[in-house]
Design a protein around this ligand. Structure first.
Ligand SMILES: [Ca+2]
Ligand SMILES: [Ca+2]
Ligand SMILES: [Ca+2]
Ligand SMILES: [Ca+2]
Length: 208
């Protein structure tokens, strides 16, 4: 009885893990463009960039159907909370029907910290995503001299709620928020199950 219950519980847990959706994420990071390869390089050129060093990148084309999409950009040192003339880093996406660079919004963040800014993409961008979404960043848009600078770690396109990797350069899954089991987790779970079953059997054996 005990053994059967244990097996049922563990199978239930594994079922929950196996059915958590691996929704699509497309991660653009170093060595593409000026994405920072690791934290030691954060303040170095060409990764730490100023008002006249605006740049862009293109996500991979993603096939299939989806119903929600977000663009998530992890950035370092977005001084958007500065008390005077705060940093404004504007993010644009190309929208093919209107043939315009559409302003998604500005990066949010804090002094000397890595963090994500999430932009919800409307359905007008879905066909652009299917052919490879193009992004452009206007750094320190309100200044015409060196004032604020920013470094990026990654740009993550998440469809239908795909989990984001960690915000820091080089950080991978699991992340922020949604736990994603890795093969190692299943191994641990499996060996734990074997151990528990053995223990249960031993105890039952002693009582008998
Ligand atoms: Ca600029
Ligand atoms: Ca700063
Ligand atoms: Ca479109
Ligand atoms: Ca800054």
């Amino acid at each position: 009885m005990k053994t059967a219950k244990l097996i049922a519980v563990v199978l239930g847990v594994m079922f929950i893990f196996s059915t958590s959706a691996y929704a699509v994420v497309d991660v653009i990071q170093s060595p593409t463009g000026y994405f920072c390869p690791d934290e030691a390089q954060t303040y170095n050129a060409p990764y730490y960039r100023w008002y006249n060093e605006d740049w862009g990148w293109t996500h991979n084309a993603i096939g299939g159907t989806f119903t929600t999409a977000t663009l998530n950009i992890s950035a370092w040192d977005v001084d958007a909370d500065a008390y005077s003339e705060p940093e404004v880093d504007n993010i644009y996406a190309w929208e093919n029907s209107s043939a315009t660079w559409t302003l998604l919004g500005s990066l949010v963040g804090n002094d000397n910290a890595w963090g994500y800014t999430t932009f919800v993409l409307g359905s007008e961008f879905f066909d652009d995503i299917a052919s490879g979404l193009q992004i452009w960043m206007d750094i320190d848009a309100t200044h015409t001299q060196d004032w604020w600078a920013v470094a990026l770690a990654k740009s993550v396109l998440s469809l239908d709620g795909g989990a984001l990797p960690g915000a820091n350069p080089g950080a991978g899954l699991p992340t922020n928020g949604t736990p994603i089991p890795e093969p190692g987790t299943f191994m641990l779970l499996g060996s734990g199950l074997v151990g528990l079953l053995g223990y249960g059997k031993a105890r039952l054996g002693k009582k008998a």
